[in-house]
Design a protein around this ligand. Structure first.
Ligand SMILES: NC(=O)C1=CN([C@@H]2O[C@H](COP(=O)(O)OP(=O)(O)OC[C@H]3O[C@@H](n4cnc5c(N)ncnc54)[C@H](O)[C@@H]3O)[C@@H](O)[C@H]2O)C=CC1
Ligand SMILES: O=C([O-])CC(=O)C(=O)O
Length: 330
């Protein structure tokens, strides 16, 4: 018997990430090739005409799994009964900006959308925030949504998967190993240059990646800055921030969360439960495994002095961002 369609809300549907994302969701790459979807597309009033154009193209693909779609500028309509919410719609940064420079402008979006999700989404909704600064925007949406008592704090996540994928590719290039052979990588903390991409536990076909790399200077001087500043390098090269790779990471994040990671570690920005000394509730990149629609933090990893310094540095930035938005949550 055919499965019931899943309602997927996507914000910023007329934007560049939206354009790379929607067709892949509708083709079954996110929730499975046997899972029909209904797309609930949110964008600003002035973008509705462009959203209609995207919907015409979606229609023209004749995707067998696309069971319906709506476009709206009303978050209460977009999130109604949504089981997956991809919060992409927000202003992107330009050259010379840091992601946290977007906070003042973008934070308000997530208060409104958090309230709409809290009141209208399915109680077990899974939310991924992509719009920057994504950890703190996810924090805002979570804090506001849970006040309505229907949805669960643990289901609000921020996107660290692009950083995880970037780190995998850099390590594959350095070691000459295939990306698919690399296991047990983590990117701790904030989606910002302070993030800590940590390959101390990474293996490739049973070999330890730190031994294959065997170059501590490369870790500090090349790998960490390359991964941390990759977004800025793309803006510099393209004149626009990353879009297709961001959409790809969003698909990876939700697919693994819903369908399981088969025991493999993936990085998700999730509300801390206090693990590894990270204060509860902060949206922080952790290594997780996923099964049956739930994630579990990989426990028991040794944190050496260098790692603790990096983890605290990125945490401090998140605490500062949280302080910067406390008035919005009062
Ligand atoms: N977390 C991550 O790894 C990444 C995050 N991003 C972030 O994703 C966001 C979107 O990027 P792009 O698609 O390139 O931007 P874009 O400017 O091409 O599209 C943004 C879309 O969002 C819409 N929008 C703005 N405010 C809205 C609101 N209140 N409700 C609904 N829609 C709204 C705009 O009308 C526009 O259609 C940016 O904040 C960007 O920095 C981008 C790449 C990676
Ligand atoms: O850098 C940006 O502003 C867009 C983004 O988050 C990324 O590419 O990682």
């Amino acid at each position: 018997m055919a499965k019931a369609p899943v309602r997927v809300a996507v914000t910023g549907a007329a934007g560049q990430i939206g354009y790379s994302l929607l067709f892949r969701i509708a083709s079954g790459e996110m929730l499975g090739k046997d899972q029909p979807v209904i797309l609930q597309l949110l964008d600003l009033p002035q973008a509705q005409k462009a959203v209609k154009g995207v919907m015409m193209e979606l229609e023209d693909c004749a995707f067998p799994l696309l069971a319906g779609m709506i476009a709206t500028d009303d978050p209460n309509v977009a999130f109604k009964d949504a089981q997956v919410c991809l919060l992409v719609g927000a202003r992107p940064r330009g050259p010379g900006m840091e992601r946290k420079d977007l906070l003042t402008e973008n934070a308000k979006i997530f208060t409104v959308q958090g309230a709409a999700i809290g009141q209208h989404a399915a109680p077990d909704v899974k939310v991924l925030v992509v719009g920057n600064p994504c950890n703190t925007n996810a924090y805002i949406a979570k804090e506001i949504a849970v006040k309505y008592g229907r949805v669960s704090a643990k289901n609000f996540t921020g996107m660290l998967r692009l950083d995880h994928n970037r780190a995998l590719s850099q390590l594959a290039g350095k070691t000459g190993r295939e990306v698919s052979s690399l296991k047990n990588l983590v990117v701790w903390g904030n989606h910002s240059p302070t993030m800590y991409a940590d390959y101390r536990f990474t293996t490739s076909n049973g070999d330890k990646v730190p031994a294959l790399v065997n170059d501590e200077a490369w870790n500090r001087d090349v790998f960490l800055p390359t991964v941390g500043k990759r977004g800025a390098a793309i803006i510099e090269a393209r004149g626009l921030s990353s879009a297709a790779s961001a959409a790809n990471a969003a698909i990876d994040h939700i697919r693994d969360w819903v369908l399981g990671s088969n025991g493999e570690w993936v990085t998700m920005g999730i509300p801390s439960d206090g693990s590894y000394g990270i204060p509860e509730g902060i949206i922080y990149g952790f290594p997780v495994t996923t099964e049956n629609g739930e994630y579990k933090i990989v426990q028991g990893l040794e944190i050496d002095q260098f790692s603790r310094e990096r983890m605290t540095h990125t945490l401090n930035e998140l605490l500062e961002e949280r302080d910067g938005v406390k008035d919005l949550l009062a």
